[in-house]
Ligand binder design. Sequence first.
Ligand code: SAH
Length: 241
Amino acid sequence: MADTKIRLYVEQPLGEGQTIPLARDQAHYLFGVMRRGVGDALAVFNGRDGEWRAEVREAGKRGGTLEAVEQTAPQRDPPDLWLLFAPIKKARTDFIVEKAAEMGAARILPVQSEFTNSERIRQDRLQAHAVEAAEQCGGTFVPEVCDLQRLDRLLADWPGDRQLMFCDEALAGAGETLGQAGGGKWAILIGPEGGFSEAERARLHALPFAHAVSLGPRILRADTAAVAALTVWQQALGDWA
Ligand code: SAH
């Protein structure tokens, strides 16, 4: 049965005839949950080599192997866009990572700002959410989820050639948009539930690479704001055109 609806992220390089050993959870999903077996086809990608049709060669309870047969789609990377956000409650943080992967962020950076509630994140769990999102949205790229870092330090070491779309809730309704901002490398910054402190806001407004924008007249929750900002950016400067 050739079912290419199943998409699996793998780590191995992909090329014709390449053997792909399956991890235990992948074998469980493929053979236990999805009831696939030897000879069945599925789609695999590794974030670098595009999408490939692979066939099951061995199927076991704890493992198995696939063979890459032919490339079915070229590698497609998103624009060079980072999403910086202050982690909020677990389910909403998961949501932000999932949506950022679907919306085409290249890198996801949880940042600790002054009013950030959560001091810790589970980077491995968030990375797994990004992988799952890529599997289900048909993408061939998986954004890297970084460890939590302090916003002030990140801004101090900021790469000079990357512009920052600073989503400032104090501008709600002020109509500030990306305007004539040009393309290239970008990052979006979304604050925590408590918003930005006045000191942070003043610093951000003074940064030469920052563009302060409004996301409309209503104050959005951070998870909504992240999706809205990604939408606005992709529409204006990204790969939607
Ligand atoms: N508690 C704050 C709101 C925080 S909303 C207050 O009441 O003022 C969480 C984050 O979403 C904000 O830090 C900002 O980055 C973004 N955000 C939400 N609504 C916005 C808007 N209308 N314009 C710009 N950014 C917004």
